[in-house]
Design a protein around this ligand. Sequence first.
Ligand code: NAI
Length: 253
Amino acid sequence: GRTYIVTGAASGIGAETCRQLRAAGARVIGVDRHDTDNADELFLSDLSDPAAIDDLATRLPEGADGLANIAGLPPTAAPDLLLKVNLIGLRRLTERLVPKLADGASIVNLASLAGFGWADALDQVRGALALDFDGDIAGFCADNRLAEGGRSYFLSKEALIVWTMQNRWTWRERGIRMNAISPGPVDTPILPDFIETLGARAEEDMRVMDRPGRPVDIAPVVGFLLSTGSGWLRGANIAADGGMSSHLLTGMH
Ligand code: NAI
């Protein structure tokens, strides 16, 4: 059977991904800061803390067939903490884990429709991708006004999409590939946080869809990207958004 590492296993999209992967016969190793029995084995860790991430990477078993980076914070979180979890820590865990993954493994990053505008924000994206835990993350957030209007969240997802594309095939000699998924609004415990931060804009967006997404709408896409059947997808960013990105691209309902 196949083994997958899933971060954010305790709630929402990560929890449903664990359930579906296990139902399909895979062994699931969960990572979260909260306890859960959604996974076959759970590693408690704080993915905003570089020492915790390095310790986690040391303790996780060798030979997993995939890594799903699903843990993330909503735009109500402090901007520097948000960048650490959604981007800087995600990258650190991934880079530390790659040597331990099986050849042919698949890495899947939970981005967002919020990252849709990455091409219009490349200077900021480059700045975010230059950050590591030794850098002045709080200073970067202040300089770029990331506390305003949930901008930290948007930038974290824009940068995650660009990083996914850049690293689509970085580990090609081992057949390890990377892709992303960009959900629209999904009904999980953090949906109210988005509506609180984005206000009228979020409500406007919601009107474009028949309903918000549910974790069951997203988990199968994660499963597909983890599976061997998606082996020719590299650097893809799959929209799972009830049609919202099509609406934004065409301006048509
Ligand atoms: P959720 O809040 O239900 O689950 C997130 C999980 O990440 C939680 O179990 C939480 O404990 C864990 N986590 C957060 N910070 C952590 C840390 N420092 N260390 C370890 N674990 C940590 O959220 P949801 O909605 O399931 O989101 C999952 C991913 O999907 C996130 O990356 C989010 O940005 C993304 N997403 C969510 C959308 C939505 O509308 N719910 C839309 C688009 C993307």
